[in-house]
Design a protein around this ligand. Structure first.
Ligand SMILES: [Zn+2]
Length: 457
């Protein structure tokens, strides 16, 4: 049976920039790129997608989502989460080991989660493993787990999840050693718990200061700096590959850039919310924009875009961390769940912002595709548009807009800080391994084509 598909007349994003071209797809893989003047053979007429001058970019790889399955499906779930991701142009996610229940911190939980997700995802996925205060001493267990995970995730501060305790400073050495021995990347939530603890106690007792301001003040940039500095020092000593997730401050990115320049194996992620919203938005909006680290002053938002222009940020992940609305609608900001619901809008929001700022898309797109694939060892399959790779593609129109309203939200709980925003572009189609899984006219396919990605050894 022929499984060829052609995507013609698109501005295809390649390593040399955008090229007006047609893409020939065979058996789910990209077979060739060719100039549009060459008409595909007649026999392919029924397997032809006319991109009509849309941008055709690699399917986004979101290395940072919490889809909460199994165990907390009422917060999200693989079905709703992956559907929302597909609508937003994401074709691969790496699911975090916490916020599902139980957390992925032993082999049994890892295996159970893998079985549970099987044939329930619209898009491809890999799994993070959790290194915690509970299991960091259990080398045998961690060794067994390492073959099934894309990397390790650990917290240097409270995770907010009872069965995922943070790795205390005294345990960090062990975490670094194990990750290095296994040749696995250690992704870190880098905030310094001790500083947060004392500031939280202090600010909770200040009655003359607005509660939202108090929350911001309890998690300053200095807590990120302290954590990053400590981690870098240890990583240098043990040769550990580190990936700092959701860094919120340009100052901290610059520190990581210095480490990179000195030859360290380190990368840095930021998230769309740090590039779009600032602390004033949080003060106005409240819990829906509560996250950790918190939103920062506008000058830091601007600084992060400069970091992107400089090529200092490696990846962008949504850190989609959903919850029930009731968990946001609390009397005190301190009690509200920290996390942003945004997986569906990550790339619409970012590309919209980049276009407005006149930042070339070639500086931004790799942060959601090629860089992620390279860092996590899946670049032989994913992350760019070239022959031999999976045909994971997104068709984006710059002539249409996307309005975010409640009915358009596909993730489980229908609220998001992106609500009421209009983006000056639209995802027309999302293609996963040669299959159209989302079309803006007909929606997401019924079949769930998502496959588990076995990490490289
Ligand atoms: Zn997260």
């Amino acid at each position: 049976m022929k499984t060829e598909l052609w995507v013609k007349n698109g501005y295809v994003f390649t390593s040399e920039g955008f090229r007006f071209a047609s893409i020939k797809i065979k058996n789910g893989k990209i077979e060739a790129l060719q100039d549009c003047e060459i008409e595909p053979q007649k026999e392919y007429e029924n397997n032809m997608i006319d991109a009509g001058g849309c941008l055709v970019v690699p399917g986004f790889i979101d290395a940072h989502v919490h889809f909460n399955d199994p165990g907390r499906t009422d917060w999200e779930g693989i079905e709703t989460g992956s559907k929302a991701a597909a609508i937003g142009g994401t074709t691969t996610i790496f699911d975090m080991p916490l916020n599902c229940y139980p957390s992925v911190k032993n082999m049994v939980n890892l295996q159970n989660k893998r079985d549970y997700l099987n044939s329930n995802s619209y898009i491809d996925y890999a799994l993070w493993g959790g290194m915690t205060g509970h299991n960091v001493q259990d080398k045998a267990e961690l060794t067994q787990m390492s073959e099934g995970i894309i990397g390790w995730k650990a917290f240097m501060s409270d995770s907010g999840i009872a069965d995922f305790p943070y790795v205390a400073p005294a345990q960090l050495t062990q975490a670094m050693k194990i990750a290095a021995e296994q040749n696995k990347i250690l992704a870190l939530h880098a905030e310094w718990q001790e500083e947060i603890n004392s500031l939280t106690i202090f600010y909770k007792n200040q009655n003359n200061i607005n509660e939202r301001m108090a929350f911001l003040a309890s998690r300053p940039i200095s807590a990120e700096e302290q954590a990053v500095n400590t981690a870098l020092e240890l990583a240098a000593k043990y040769g550990t590959a580190i990936h700092f997730v959701h860094i919120s401050s340009p100052k901290v990115v610059e520190r990581i850039q210095q480490a990179k320049k000195s030859g360290m194996n380190v990368t840095v992620e930021t998230c769309p919310h740090y590039l779009i919203f600032d602390e004033e938005d949080f003060l106005k909006t409240g819990a829906i924009l509560k996250c950790a680290p918190p939103l920062r002053p506008r000058e830091d938002v601007e600084g992060l875009w400069e970091c992107i222009s400089n090529g200092w940020i490696d990846t962008i992940g949504s850190d989609h961390s959903p919850c029930l609305y009731s968990m946001k609608n609390t009397t005190s900001i301190w009690e509200a769940w920290g996390g942003i619901q945004g997986v569906q809008f990550t790339w619409l929001a970012l590309l919209d912002e980049a276009l407005k700022r006149r930042i070339p898309l070639k500086k931004v797109l790799p942060l959601g595709a090629e860089n992620v694939a390279e860092r996590f060892g899946i670049s032989e399959k994913k992350g760019s548009i070239q022959p031999g790779l999976d045909a994971d593609l997104v068709l984006i129109s710059l002539d249409e807009t996307t309005v975010v309203d409640q009915p358009s939200i596909a993730f489980r709980n229908k609220y998001s800080p992106y609500e009421n925003r209009t983006f000056l572009l639209k995802v027309k189609k999302t293609i996963l391994r040669g299959k159209v899984i989302y079309d803006d006219q007909t929606g997401v396919t019924e079949e769930k084509y998502g496959q588990y990605i076995q990490p490289r050894k």
